[in-house]
Design a protein around this ligand. Structure first.
Ligand code: ARG
Length: 577
């Protein structure tokens, strides 16, 4: 049940009757429970149009709006707010409907094709923390969109092409000649890259060989391509190791690397030239973008082909845009990268739309995020200033979780401890990232992310096991629970409202690609449950059976909502910990 959408549609009808159509219908959550759960704030804006006092308009709307099934009180407050108090009976009813529904009462949305471009590491190097955020946030967004009924097409736009591969392939060639296995030679991509770079800078003749490899690669030389394939394959295996540890859903078939667009780049440039969008400037093919002019009025410059003939990141993104909107028929394209690329995607969208690479109805949504910082407030690095290997970071998370859990009172077997440590450790890293508003930088901190208090994965995983344990103690299974909810205490009312706000919450996440909104929701849900559990005894001997069943039904909904919500975030749950 999407309460917000329901209220909006009822107010829309009322406004229609009032003779105003197409007016905005602002319905917001109320700031405090005394004001009800929601508030309609539209009367003030209508005063001019209707030439009446806002409060009189609000009174009229209250008369017209049909909400007697949903709300037991509507009151006009302040300059013309309408406070909506949802009725216990209706809330209880909605909870009953959700209880045995695997979708928990959440409707599917009208299906759209959504392309999500995420993770997209550069294969020339080791995957670094910069790719952690896009991988984690992106994977949550795709899961959530799929749950809402959309056709999601994952696109791992890996950086697998470009001049730097010349130097890498020349170096790899020599290693293989010296009878090394590619897997061994490339076991540490960071080292490999550094070695190749040193040779490129210092070794006589190496740079020329590297350039020759680039030419061979681009002209489709068989041997060179085979070498490149080998390199790419091993590098992808590195990424897959990270994906497996993170339990993200990306597979090989989602890879659509930069190289996939190689054959189309000349067409893109030719097309831009034919349309007069790209022009020659100092030997290069350039698009001038007046929409993004600087203060002096100089247009922004967007190069699509270098003077030497080479293509760029931008050219590839234009080809990708055309492929996604044409072949893949994407209604929406979401691209998750760090905020430093925001300008590039702004340019790309303007140029691509001018060239007709996308329809007006198709959206191009760059979803930027801030950086992951170390405790010193600087970009996250190892103590010696090197790149942090993601695989090692994730192993450390599991190790730290194990130490913390082993310290706590528990009766876990060795195998259980392994599983709990993995789920808590990985969950903590993922959740720390997901729970922050993605647009800001955030400080990576082991102690806060692994804390059992506050808005963290361990807290929510633990809260989940507590709800589960109530059922173990009650001796009743959720399936056998009678469907009869009644709400009498204010904590029960508050909990029911929170439960029923799940659908509108994930609607926001699907629209804005902001998983932190779901994290906050789940944290609030866990808190609402704790308050309810303290105030409303469930298993106490003197709790009447009907009340116990009703409260167990609420608890069951809490546990299934938490489980579903956490799974949409890609966080695993546990039965005990
Ligand atoms: N490989 C790029 C990077 O590491 C990210 C690619 C994002 N997607 C795109 N279509 N440009 O920064």
């Amino acid at each position: 049940m999407n309460i917000h959408a329901l209220l909006v549609s009822r107010f829309e009808e009322a406004l229609d009757e009032l003779g105003v159509s197409n007016a905005p219908v602002p319905v917001a959550r109320s700031a405090r429970p005394e004001f009800g759960e929601y508030q309609f704030n539209g009367a003030m804006a209508l005063a001019k149009q209707l030439k009446q006092k806002p409060r009189d308009i609000a009174d009229k709307i209250v008369e017209l709006v049909k909400l007697s099934d949903v709300a037991d009180k509507l009151e006009v407050a302040g300059p013309g707010f309408i406070n909506i108090h949802l009725s216990d009976r209706w809330l209880a009813n909605q909870c009953e409907l959700a209880l045995h529904d695997p979708r928990l009462g959440v409707a599917k949305q009208a299906e759209k094709n959504v392309v999500v471009d995420y993770s997209s590491p550069n294969l020339a190097k080791e995957m670094h923390v910069g790719h952690l955020r896009t991988t984690i946030i992106g994977d949550s967004v795709v899961k959530l969109l799929e749950f809402l009924g959309h056709k999601v097409i994952r696109q791992n736009h890996m950086g697998d092409w470009g001049t730097q591969f010349g130097m890498l392939l020349a170096h790899l060639h020599d290693k293989l000649q010296a009878n090394q296995l590619a897997e061994t030679a490339l076991s540490d991509l960071e080292d490999f890259y550094r070695e190749a770079k040193v040779r490129f800078d210092d070794e006589d003749g190496f740079a020329d060989r590297a350039r020759a490899f680039v030419v061979k690669l681009q002209s489709g030389d068989k041997e060179c391509l085979a070498l490149w394939d080998k390199f790419i394959d091993v590098s992808i295996q590195h990424s897959e190791e990270v994906y497996n540890k993170l339990n993200v859903s990306l597979t090989r078939k989602d890879i659509m690397g930069e190289s996939a667009y190689n054959d189309d780049l000349a067409n893109v440039v030719a097309d831009l030239k034919a349309q007069g969008i790209a022009v020659e400037d100092q030997g290069a093919q350039v698009v001038f973008i007046p929409e993004l002019a600087d203060k002096e009025g100089n247009p922004s410059v967007y190069i699509v082909q270098k003077s030497g003939g080479g293509y760029l990141y931008a050219t590839t993104d234009l080809a990708a845009m055309r492929y996604r909107s044409g072949t893949l028929q994407a209604d929406r394209t979401l691209i998750l990268t760090d905020a430093r690329q925001a300008y590039h995607f702004k340019q790309t969208e303007i140029v691509g739309r001018k060239a007709g690479f996308m329809q007006d109805s198709q959206t191009y949504e760059h979803c930027p995020f801030g950086m992951m910082l170390g405790s010193d407030g600087k970009p996250f690095k190892t103590r010696t200033g090197g790149t942090v290997k993601l695989v090692e970071l994730l192993d450390e998370a599991v190790e730290r979780a194990r130490n913390l859990i082993a310290e706590r009172d528990n009766d876990l077997s060795q195998a259980e401890l392994d599983e709990v440590s993995r789920k808590v450790g990985i969950g903590a890293v993922k959740y720390a990232d997901l729970s922050k508003n993605r647009t800001t930088d955030y400080v990576f901190n082991w102690d806060t992310m692994l804390s059992f208090e506050g808005n963290t994965a361990p807290y929510l995983q633990y809260a989940f096991t507590r709800v589960k344990s109530i059922f173990r103690k009650s001796g009743i299974s959720v399936a056998d629970l009678p469907v009869a909810v009644s709400l009498t205490e204010k904590q029960e009312h508050a909990l029911a409202v929170q439960l029923l706000q799940f659908e509108e919450t994930i609607g926001v996440v699907a629209r804005d690609a902001t998983p932190h909104v779901l994290c906050t929701y789940l944290y609030d849900l866990a808190s609402a449950f704790m308050s309810f559990y303290e105030a409303c005894p469930i298993l106490k001997a003197d709790t009447p059976v009907a009340v116990r069943h009703s409260r167990l039904a609420l608890a069951a909904l809490v546990s299934s909502t938490m489980e579903l919500g956490l799974s949409l975030l890609g966080i695993e749950t546990l039965e005990k910990m």
